[in-house]
Design a protein around this ligand. Structure first.
Ligand SMILES: Nc1ncnc2c1ncn2[C@@H]1O[C@H](COP(=O)(O)OP(=O)(O)OP(=O)(O)O)[C@@H](O)[C@H]1O
Ligand SMILES: N[C@@H](CCC(=O)O)C(=O)O
Ligand SMILES: N[C@@H](CS)C(=O)O
Length: 717
């Protein structure tokens, strides 16, 4: 969730006049942060997740499932509950352990985060699922009747021409001017409708999202969507659909809500210093599309089966505020730059100053704000970082609050954050907020949210361990960033995880440790490999510091970057092939390099095994499951259309899977225990180990601590 300032937002024409003012002050704020905190070292690894839910109202008599627009009421309830726990003087619970709930773009969305970030301890990884389940549990128990929270990436009938919201509103709002979505769907905090309106105004037209339709046996060819109200005449933009914005053979959508109304799973990592943050950012960039494909969970839009499985391009187009000139459709006259990508897209350059970050890898066009770039370089900022910030600063601020124009640039980062937080990229490099104890952080943003907390925890644990392996073994994931972009497109294709190949770097190790590749890490040959790693760790000092010799070796080789990469299947990238260890091999190597008790390892392996199995195709993605479910529904007419009843049955089935009362062996391991069957975790469970700094001895056992809350009259089950 971005910056939620209070105040009077400027209309687009006024805001535009202040764009340079915001950028100039934003850069000054960034420089102040950078120079006061660039030498900050020794920050502990902290990390946290963000899980986004949709709140759905089920009507069992009419067999309908609608998005419920009761975000404010629900958040008030949830925040009262968490406040009660925090303020309970008899409570043994550290208040920071209580999870937090936040609003999101859609008025049917809730975001939850752990109360405090997790620490690096391996045992703490075992509390992630408990923490996520607790958050879901609190949410579940504080919703109005017949409401359920569900971690669904996209809602199948969002924007159909029959009621899909509760309460129902007609789509006639000023902010979006959408043919399909009413403004009442948008979070009422003024930031959000202003974002939607100003994106539209800056672009000079409504956003145009076109997702290829999935052609089934009876889908008409060409597919011309007859449900679009082509002839509505309420706003000037109404004619856009007819004039070509709605493409044949595509599902057309015209509002920010179609994208930012999708949910995801994000992870934020604190690095021990700024260089480590650069390294994590760079290494995770090629991982982003891989994880998008592996978590794909969004195959349906506006009531039609699409030919894609993931949300990325939909959100990208949903906030694309570029003008025709910027998009290259007209010659540059009024605008300054050609901009190849939307504000929501994959990153365009790597950050590290290491010679490993070769110029050949940064092969994407990188339009930069020249004034900003000059100011940064003159202030002594290293080239890759200056390039990155100057690239972010080609964007205009979209929401400006009148009251917040004047800021003390030594104490505030609002102007910087204004630009930064509306560049929604696969990775976000997050400088510390001024006057805080928070360190340099990197946010990993590509993953789709999974139906169950078991899966969400599994993906979180995997990425945390991968990040640790990258730093500990000084791994090299660099590849041309243009190939990462090719992967981003492949990763969204139908069944990409099983059908596509992705570019990936073949040799991930520092040069002289190339021999290590010969080992598959989870094999019995582990022992010699471990020794080799131990030597390597000793030499490289284990602090994420690169060995000078391996670095200079690498830069002395005149490598053809195309030869460094290969096209691999998901199974190969995650589980390895021949001498390539696979990301899982690296994770196992890291796990085995630590002195951890067998029980903890076994618990963690449960999550890793699931990721391995998803990657090998043993388990299908939720996107594939959804597609299969809809295509085999008795009401389905093989015409790509998802009816209201199909949507209802799908939501019921998804909820039942999460609760564990419907078994889906193609999706989840037999050991999965749903929320109905598992005694739900409580805040008390967290107090047994999470974030106290101490490593708990064993996995927190769910106790009945939630019953404490039952006294509260907010606890309406
Ligand atoms: N110092 C920290 N180091 C690592 N993670 C942190 C730290 N502080 C908070 N987090 C985690 O970062 C995640 C995002 O937190 P929060 O929502 O407050 O940030 P945000 O800036 O609003 O995020 P976004 O970039 O998604 O808008 C949460 O999971 C939180 O636990
Ligand atoms: N919900 C958005 C992300 C919103 C945010 O940046 O916080 C997504 O699915 O990617
Ligand atoms: N939730 C995202 C998208 S609107 C943000 O607040 O920036």
């Amino acid at each position: 969730m971005g910056l939620l300032s209070l105040g009077t937002p400027l209309d687009w024409t006024d805001a535009k006049a202040f764009a340079d003012f915001i950028r100039t002050n934003g850069v000054e704020q960034f420089l102040n942060i950078y120079y006061s905190l660039k030498d900050r070292k020794g920050e502990p690894l902290l990390w946290g997740d963000e899980v986004e839910y949709m709140v759905i109202l089920l009507d069992n008599s009419t067999k309908t499932a609608k998005l419920s627009l009761r975000q404010s009421e629900i958040l008030d309830n949830l925040n009262n509950v968490t406040d009660d726990i925090v303020n309970d003087s008899n409570s043994s619970i550290v208040s920071s352990q209580v999870p937090t709930f936040h609003p999101e773009f859609g008025r049917y969305m809730i975001e939850s985060t752990p109360g405090v970030p997790y620490s690096a301890g391996l045992k703490e990884l075992l509390t992630v699922e408990v923490n996520m389940r607790l958050r879901r549990n609190i949410t579940k128990h504080h919703l109005p009747p017949n409401h359920i929270p569900i971690t669904l990436t996209s809602f199948p009938t969002l924007g159909v021409n029959y009621p899909f919201l509760d309460p129902h509103y007609e789509p006639n709002g000023e902010a979006s001017q959408s043919l399909f979505l009413p403004d009442e769907l948008i979070n009422p905090h003024v930031r959000f409708p202003t974002l939607a309106a100003n994106i539209r105004k800056r672009r000079g037209a409504k956003v145009a999202i076109n997702v290829p339709i999935f052609f089934d046996e009876n889908t008409p060819r060409p597919f011309i969507d007859k449900t679009i109200p082509y002839d509505r005449d309420l706003f000037p933009g109404d004619k856009e659909a007819k004039e070509g914005a709605a493409k044949p053979d595509h599902i057309y959508m015209d509002a920010m809500g179609f994208g930012m109304g999708c949910s995801c799973l994000q992870l934020t990592f604190q690095a021990c210093n700024v260089n480590e943050a650069f390294n994590v950012y760079d290494a995770l960039a090629p991982v982003a599309p891989i994880m998008l494909a592996l978590t794909a969970a969004a195959p349906i839009y506006r009531g039609y089966l699409s030919d894609v499985d993931a949300r990325w391009n939909v959100i990208s187009a949903a906030v694309d505020d570029r003008t025709k000139e910027e998009r290259g459709e007209e010659p540059l006259k009024n605008d300054k730059y050609r901009i190849p990508k939307s504000r929501y897209d994959s990153i365009d350059s790597y950050l590290s100053t290491s010679p490993r970050n070769r110029p050949e890898y940064n092969d994407n066009p990188l339009p930069m704000n020249k004034e900003v770039h000059k100011a940064l370089i003159e202030a002594g900022i290293e080239l890759p970082l200056a390039n990155h910030i100057a690239h972010l600063f080609i964007r205009d601020p979209i929401v400006i609050f009148n009251e917040l124009l004047k800021q003390d640039n030594t104490k505030s980062s609002d102007h910087f954050e204004n630009i930064q937080s509306t560049n929604w990229q696969t990775l976000r490099f997050k400088p510390p907020p001024p006057q805080s104890k928070i360190g340099w952080r990197v946010e990993f943003r590509s993953m789709e949210v999974q139906l169950t907390d078991f899966e969400n925890a599994a993906f979180s644990v995997f990425i945390v361990l991968l990040t640790r392996a990258i730093l500990s073994f000084d791994l090299n994931f660099y590849m041309p960033i243009s190939k990462v972009d090719v992967n981003m497109q492949r990763s969204q294709k139908r069944d990409a995880s099983r059908q596509e190949k992705f570019f990936f770097r073949k040799n991930l190790f520092p040069k002289r440790d190339r021999d290590i590749e010969k080992y598959r890490f989870d094999s019995p040959r582990m022992e010699p490999m471990k020794k080799s790693f131990d030597n390597f760790k000793e030499e490289s000092n284990m602090n994420g510091k690169r060995t000078t010799s391996s670095e200079s070796l690498a830069s002395n080789y005149n490598i053809n970057v195309e030869e460094e990469i290969d096209e691999m299947s998901m199974d190969e990238i995650i589980n390895g092939k021949d001498t390539f260890p696979g990301l899982m091999g690296l994770v196992y190597a890291y796990l085995h390099s630590l002195n951890v008790d067998i029980e903890t390892k076994c618990q963690i392996k449960k999550y890793l095994q699931f990721i391995k199995d998803r990657a090998s195709g043993k388990y299908i993605t939720f996107a594939t499951w959804t597609r299969n479910f809809m295509r085999s529904h008795p009401d389905y007419k093989q015409d790509s259309v998802i009816t209201s009843k199909m949507n209802y049955d799908f939501i019921i089935a998804a909820d039942e899977i999460e609760r564990g009362i419907r078994t889906e062996p193609s999706l989840l391991p037999p050991s999965y225990i749903g929320s109905d069957k598992l005694k739900e975790p409580s805040v008390m469970d967290l107090s047994q180990g999470v974030s106290s700094g101490a490593e708990p001895d064993k996995r927190p056992t769910p106790t009945d601590g939630l019953s404490r809350l039952k006294g509260s009259n907010l606890y309406t089950v």
